[in-house]
Design a protein around this ligand. Structure first.
Ligand SMILES: [Zn+2]
Length: 166
């Protein structure tokens, strides 16, 4: 996948990070819109719409948070939603988590709008595309990047996050 010029994407990612400091959604919305507009321009796809929302939808089972939604993408409307506050404690999300979520949903948009795929799946290639865009955005030095490790659950490949964080 071609990657956009780093300087502009990195500046927009920094602006997104800074926009979260006040804990308000309007500045985050503006910064997210600007980043999506630049990416959409580079990849020559329509700009997806964005809604920045509050506390992540989540499920609590026996007092333990078993599920929370960071973001989603609706192909029919080309709309991305991201939630900027954590489940349970409703704290402002880490800027890197929000950026990663935004890029994740944008990659779903690319599958549909650029690659013209009928569906967008969490394939290994999909996660590689997010990973490249993410590290480009936060200017990770090449030697500091960790390779993605994969585990297979049934027919689905998933990233082994424990090994990535270890
Ligand atoms: Zn996804």
């Amino acid at each position: 996948m071609p990657l956009p010029p780093p300087e502009s994407v990195q500046a927009l990612a920094r602006a997104l990070r800074d926009s979260m400091a006040a804990g308000e959604s309007a500045p985050v919305q503006r910064a997210g819109d600007a980043l999506l507009a630049a990416l959409a321009d580079f990849y020559e796809v329509p700009v997806p719409s964005l809604r920045v929302l509050g506390v992540r939808p989540h499920k609590v089972t026996a007092g333990v948070c078993t599920y929370q939604l960071f973001g989603d993408y609706t192909p029919a409307t080309q709309r991305i939603r991201v939630w900027m506050r954590t489940a349970i404690r409703a704290k402002v999300s880490s800027p890197k988590a929000l950026l990663n979520t935004l890029l994740h949903e944008f990659c779903h948009h690319l599958d549909i709008a650029r690659l013209k795929l009928p569906q967008s799946y969490h394939t290994r290639g999909f996660f590689w595309r997010i990973d490249h865009l993410y590290h480009l955005s936060i200017a990770t030095r090449a030697e500091a990047r960790r390779p993605l490790h994969w585990i297979k659950r049934g027919s689905v490949w998933m990233i082994d996050w424990r090994r990535l964080r270890a």
